[in-house]
Design a protein around this ligand. Structure first.
Ligand SMILES: C[S@@+](CC[C@H](N)C(=O)[O-])C[C@H]1O[C@@H](n2cnc3c(N)ncnc32)[C@H](O)[C@@H]1O
Length: 402
């Protein structure tokens, strides 16, 4: 081996060790088995042509392929989210694992976790990605991973059942094949989009339904093929949109545009504001007429919108009126208080409904523990509760709170 090769390998090894240390500090990795896999697999061999520093940046995804409009179709996901998902999956030696969405690196990590007695199948819809993944795996010496070219909507039945399925593209639904191809005590880790936000959720199979063990906010390239899903964007004004997962005609768009130009009403809940991601999930799943409101940063800077709208905030919509969450400092409650801005002829009523939700969250659920997320396939013999439902094509997501 030439000196420069030895130097590059040494640099890669020290960058890899630093990446693992950083992932530990971020609490992305906890278990020794995942640490050992991350420390052992040469990630840079799955990012040919990229600088070593980029390959080993803990929180940075590397785009591998874009569509003609520039949208990322495939990436080497950030090591951080890969570590989080592997921790969620709790993969043990000897398991059979299906990875949906290939690239090679994550499959190599899984191969380390299942060991020589286990099986790793990785499926991708894109022939270029399949070829690339096979080549990278061969270079890195992981020739036992089976890389399959297919639309994962149908799973990979020829190698099923699987103890674990790890989905590495953003899904809007859970197709029946994924549940059917899980073993009786199997687990699926899937970035699932619910009302405009994606969370990677670890679901255990429990008879014919899926029950969450953990979840974490995440962003992924979109699922392609027959499970592809596009959100609806409803423009209310220049720089102001509603992003809706359901049909946009449910909203009276013209009336909402008028509401936007009407004076703003403020109402305050008296309740403390914290755990914003959990509150957001509660708000999104406790009212049927909800959409994510997004406003450009400069409109926020000019005072037209609360800062919450720049990141996207659940908006409660009723006819031609809407309300969304904001916050203000409040020394009496030792931090921030949640409140509502509302517009439109029914602003008073929609603000009151929103404030009631904020109070219910604060009094009944805040800091009582994480949500329980279930996926109930349409074919399951389970009755649905009346609250916390999100309808999907193949089933229903049910979100409940302790
Ligand atoms: C984030 S990349 C996968 C990263 C990979 N797991 C790694 O280790 O680097 C997501 C992949 O999902 C693939 N994909 C999207 N929709 C798919 C589908 N319906 N079936 C199979 N693969 C799909 C894309 O082609 C893309 O390569």
């Amino acid at each position: 081996m030439s000196t420069s090769h030895t130097d590059a390998a040494d640099i890669a090894a020290s960058l890899r060790a630093a990446m693992v240390d950083e992932l530990r500090e971020m609490d992305a990795v906890i278990s020794e088995s995942v640490v050992a896999a991350l420390a052992g697999v040469p990630r840079h061999l799955f990012a040919p042509g990229e600088p070593l520093e980029a390959a080993y940046a803990a929180n940075h995804a590397l785009v591998v392929k874009r569509d003609t409009g520039g949208l990322a179709l495939s990436s080497l996901s950030a090591a951080h989210i890969q570590a989080v998902m592997l921790e969620q999956a709790e993969i043990k030696p000897g398991m059979r694992v299906l990875e949906i969405g290939s690239g090679g690196y994550n499959a190599a990590l899984i191969q380390e976790l299942v060991g020589t007695e286990g099986t790793v199948v990785s499926v991708d819809i894109d022939p270029d990605i399949v070829d690339r993944a096979r080549a990278c795996l061969a270079t890195a010496g992981y020739d036992r991973v089976e890389v399959v070219l297919a639309d994962a909507e149908n799973g990979v039945p020829e190698h099923a059942p699987y103890d674990r399925i790890i989905v590495t593209a953003g899904a809007w639904d859970i197709p029946p094949a994924w549940v059917d191809q899980l073993s009786a005590a199997g687990r699926i880790v899937v970035p699932l989009r619910m009302r405009g936000r994606t969370r990677t959720i670890a679901f255990d199979r429990s008879d014919d339904v899926l029950v969450s063990r953990s979840y974490c906010l995440a962003a992924f390239v979109p699922m392609q093929g027959s499970g592809a899903f596009s959100e609806h964007i409803v423009q209310l004004a220049e720089g102001v949109v509603l992003r809706v997962d359901e049909e946009p005609q449910r909203f009276d768009v013209e009336a909402l545009r008028r509401a936007l130009n009407s004076p703003r009403m403020e109402r305050w809940s008296g309740a403390a504001f914290d755990l914003p991601d959990e509150l957001e999930l509660f708000l999104l799943t406790n009212t049927p007429q909800v959409a994510m409101l997004h406003a450009d940063e400069d409109l926020v800077d000019q005072g037209w919108f609360a800062p919450s709208a720049a990141r996207g905030v659940p908006a409660l919509i009723s006819g031609g009126s809407f309300a969304y969450r904001t916050k203000r400092p409040n020394q009496e409650i030792g931090g921030f208080e949640s409140g509502v801005f509302a517009h439109g002829p029914e602003a008073e009523a929609v603000a009151a409904e929103y404030v009631e939700l904020l109070r219910r969250w604060a009094s009944d659920h805040r800091r009582r523990g994480a949500a329980r997320i279930q996926y109930i396939p349409k074919t399951a013999r389970t009755s649905l509760p009346s609250r916390g439902l999100i309808s999907k094509r193949h089933g229903t997501v049910v979100v409940t709170w302790p």
